[in-house]
Write a protein of this length. Structure first.
Ligand code: EPZ
Length: 445
């Protein structure tokens, strides 16, 4: 087939050949959703902090560029990052970086706490939902901040021209992870006591609180729905290590389960995975503790459908909804999956149905009727977690699955295909021409 004359643009795709048994051990990286907010948290301190177990992700690179644009010095050596915020010289964040990644908005609380001012473009929505920031705003207002939006930029400064925020009582209408993190960071340097009620309880919140405590902050109750912060004058340098990525760990457990393989997932915190392990057990899949911080999937030929409702922690994590759905496409019986956190996080359903799954959508509910087999197909990743779901489905499908939209995957998974290959999976990233009808591999990377 001759190529069109107008510039054969190229894009990477991931080819996955299904039907391989996996085996061995995979080491989990540091948590994306902790690493990003810890980097933002380093803005609170005017000395250098060393953070280890940093994952290698596109999002971490974006946050590095953002902090550098604010005057910080960020050095990385393998998984250790040194962030020196003594050079902070502006509280204004550039749109081109913030628009790339929602987590950029998590610098608002730290900037406001440290300098009394923050000017940060609104993050806007993303493929999984509108994602407003009203709860963040009300929380910061409860600490004595004036907050308004002008030309798409959020302007926040301490009321009455004061330098420091005032401790206050922030009740959250919904236990938002990002809002809890922004308010917690702002409150560490406020005058007096802050209480955050109906706070989010995710492990990443606890990690952020522990990082701030390591810098000298006074925080109690992280991990519960009531967090109490006694503001301090300043914070000091620290050495800290990011918790393992529970979402990445869950993705590998599901890859082991769907391929009926025995694999070990190492350097994990099993207690962070309680809701996921409970649903695996309910479906008849056995996962055992294999020593401290290690989990092993036991191969199970058949497993049952289960119903899942995504909820804030310790409920079932929305970030595991799509990978778990891939597993349930091959379960015996049906499963009802209700996505309660994000209004547009079921786009992977159409792609899984292209692979022969039998899933019907009713608003935010997906009814998954288990089928005997999936077949490989060209599919498109629509968001970060959907990309992992398609890889997991591809590992169990007959033949070849070709996944595009890999920029989503690279944002949040640290060398997913390298780690899968280490377990014996057959997959390869290749470049394909965008314009031609039948993509043919140009070069193997
Ligand atoms: C964090 O996003 C994570 N991102 C998300 O992971 C994760 O899905 C989410 O928490 C829930 O666990 C990072 O940590 C970088 P929320 P966040 O505020 O903080 C609504 C991934 O795949 N809401 O808890 O943005 C909101 O629209 C990503 O790694 C408001 O209405 O999530 C959503 O429906 C995706 N107003 C719900 O709350 C607000 O001011 C939960 O959002 C804030 C949130």
């Amino acid at each position: 087939m001759s190529k069109t004359v107008n510039s054969p643009e190229q894009t990477p795709v991931l080819r996955v050949w299904g039907g391989q048994k996996l085996s061995g051990e995979v080491v989990i990286s540091g948590a994306k959703n902790s690493a990003l907010v810890l980097m933002a948290g380093s803005l609170l301190c005017s000395e250098a902090c060393r953070i280890s177990n940093m994952p290698g992700l596109a999002d971490v690179k974006t946050m590095t560029k953002l902090l550098s644009a604010l005057g910080l010095t960020v050095k990385r050596d393998h998984d250790v990052m040194e962030i020196d915020a003594s050079g902070l010289n502006t509280s204004e964040a550039p749109y081109e970086l913030v628009s790339k990644m929602r987590a950029s908005f998590f610098i608002v609380g730290a900037l406001l706490g440290r300098t009394g001012i923050a000017r940060v473009p609104l993050p806007g929505g993303c493929s999984i939902g509108d994602r407003p920031v009203d709860i963040h705003v009300r929380g910061l207002q409860a600490l004595g901040a004036d907050v308004h939006v002008e030309h798409g930029v959020l302007h926040a400064y301490v009321r009455g021209g004061k330098k420091r925020l005032q401790g206050g009582h922030a009740y959250l209408d919904f236990p938002s992870v990002g809002a809890t993190e922004n308010i917690l960071m702002a409150a560490t340097l406020a005058e007096g006591e802050t209480i955050i009620e109906n706070a989010a309880r995710e492990p990443e919140i606890v990690d952020l609180a522990n990082f701030c405590i390591a810098m000298g902050a006074k925080i109690q109750g992280a991990g519960t729905d009531k967090i109490v912060i006694q503001g301090v004058e300043r914070l000091h340098s620290c050495d800290y290590s990011v918790i393992p990525d529970r979402i990445e760990a869950a993705s590998f457990l599901l890859a082991g389960a769907i391929t009926r393989s025995e694999i070990t997932v190492a350097a994990v915190c099993p207690e962070h995975l309680t809701p996921v392990l409970a649903k695996l057990a309910e479906s008849g899949i056995t996962v055992v503790a294999d020593g401290p911080n290690r989990l092993r999937v036991i191969p199970t030929e058949t497993y049952r459908g289960v119903d899942i409702e995504t909820l804030p922690h310790p409920g079932f994590p929305t970030d595991v909804q799509s990978p778990f759905m891939s597993l349930l496409t091959l379960a015996e019986g049906s499963s009802v999956i209700t996505e309660k956190l994000f209004e547009n996080r079921l786009q992977h359903v159409a792609e899984l149905n292209r692979m022969g799954a039998d899933i019907r959508l009713k608003g935010s509910v997906a009814i998954v009727n288990g089928v005997a087999r999936l077949s490989g197909a060209p599919v498109m990743a629509t968001d970060l977690r959907a990309s992992a779901a398609l890889v997991i489905a591809g590992l169990a499908a007959d033949g070849e699955t070709v996944i595009s939209g890999l920029h989503h995957m690279d944002r949040g998974y640290s060398d997913l295909e390298g780690k899968m290959r280490g377990l014996g999976a057959k997959l390869e990233r290749t470049m394909v021409d965008v314009v031609s009808e039948n993509p043919e591999p140009a070069t193997a990377q």
